[in-house]
Design a protein around this ligand. Structure first.
Ligand code: C5P
Length: 217
């Protein structure tokens, strides 16, 4: 079975997807981590993540791998573990920019389909139910209010030692939301058959139980 979980950043979808995969004994496919790795690669070689031409030119030389890790999946870029480096605000913005390029989407969509070939996966991202796995057996779209999402993300960054204000996190999140939902390719939207879950005020366990119940039906 392929299960897809899409939605905006900070809605809690990563935690839910990771726990769901654990409970079912499935593989967790974090597609956002792959866009982040491409964003990081662009920053490292000093090219503008917003330049379609420049970013496309580095794709062939990239070796991207997701390996099972303690916190879900570990991300390897050309053999180096970049799991932590891809979580900074700078890389978040770069990921959002590279994700607008058709060559990047085609490249990563293909990799994601290969990873999902055998089934038994929980795929999480923005377009896993609409574009990557349109035939998935169960689709969810997880969302929450802007403020709640920014608050969760801010707490997460603070725990990681990042010095950033809540207002700045909210501002950057709105910018990314705008990039993600206004882009021409794979704009963020629920698949028509997706179950929409608003997690504002809900605990992760409540969301998880709700999804498990729906899958078992
Ligand atoms: O989910 P996460 O915040 O890690 O994703 C980082 C960025 O990658 C998002 O802001 C979005 O622009 C992009 N993305 C995407 N399609 C996906 C997953 C992520 O465009 N399936």
């Amino acid at each position: 079975m392929v299960i897809t979980i899409d939605g905006p950043s900070g809605a809690g979808k990563s935690t839910v997807a990771r726990l769901l995969a654990q409970r079912l004994g499935y593989t967790y496919l974090d597609t956002g981590a792959m866009y982040r790795a491409v964003g990081l690669a662009a920053l490292r070689v000093g090219i503008d993540p917003g330049s379609q031409e420049a970013v496309s030119s580095i794709l062939d030389g990239l070796r991207l791998e997701l390996r099972p890790g303690q916190q879900g999946a570990a991300v390897f870029l050309n053999g180096e573990d970049v799991t932590n480096q891809i979580r900074t605000p700078e890389v978040s913005l770069a990921a959002s920019k590279v994700s607008a390029h058709p060559q990047v989407r085609a490249y990563l969509t293909e990799l994601q389909r290969q990873m999902g070939q055998k089934g038994g996966i929980v795929a999480e991202g923005r377009d896993t139910g609409t574009v990557v796995f349109p035939e998935a057996e169960a689709k969810f779209f997880i969302t929450a209010s802007d403020e709640e999402r920014a608050r969760r993300r801010w707490l997460e960054l603070k725990q990681r030692g990042e010095e950033i204000s809540y207002e700045e996190v909210l501002r950057q999140q709105r910018l990314r939301d705008k990039n993600d939902s206004c882009r021409r390719l794979a704009p963020l939207k629920p698949a028509p058959e997706a179950v929409i879950i608003d997690t504002t005020g809900l605990k992760i366990e409540e969301v998880l139980e709700q999804i498990l119940r729906l899958i078992e039906e």
